[in-house]
Design a protein around this ligand. Structure first.
Ligand code: SF4
Ligand code: SF4
Length: 111
């Protein structure tokens, strides 16, 4: 099962996970306030998980019940164009970003 990034990353995006991924499957753009994982390229090595300061990375099997939506969000981010992705998931992304606004690890530059 691939690894999945869930909502505590939104607005944090410190990129600690990116530095250790051996296949560069943790993706973003310059403007998006998060990283997500391309599940079709993830080799399930688990190296990224302990690097995350906000515990936002899980094996797909272990994603908490209230975060299951993020399995599809990671997959869609890797496979959809940006406009279609935001049309489908923009409200969820914005809600997560607002929820994390006061996180100890938040990056104010992303707000
Ligand atoms: S589990 Fe390994 S391959 Fe998959 S995203 Fe994490 S570091 Fe990359
Ligand atoms: S280490 Fe965690 S917070 Fe940082 S970019 Fe990766 S998933 Fe997001």
């Amino acid at each position: 099962m691939p690894f999945i990034i869930v909502d505590p990353c939104i607005g944090v995006k410190d990129e600690s996970c990116v530095a250790v991924c051996p296949v560069d499957c943790i993706i973003t753009t310059d403007t998006d306030p998060f990283m997500l994982i391309n599940p079709d390229e993830c080799i399930e090595c688990g190296a990224c998980m302990p690097e995350c300061p906000v515990n936002a990375i899980y094996s797909e099997d272990d994603v908490p019940a209230d975060q299951k939506e993020w399995i599809g969000i990671n997959r869609d981010y890797a496979n959809m164009d940006k406009a279609a992705f935001y049309a489908k998931h923009g409200k969820t992304i914005e809600a997560a970003k607002e929820k994390n606004r006061n996180s100890a690890h938040v990056n104010p530059a992303l707000y």
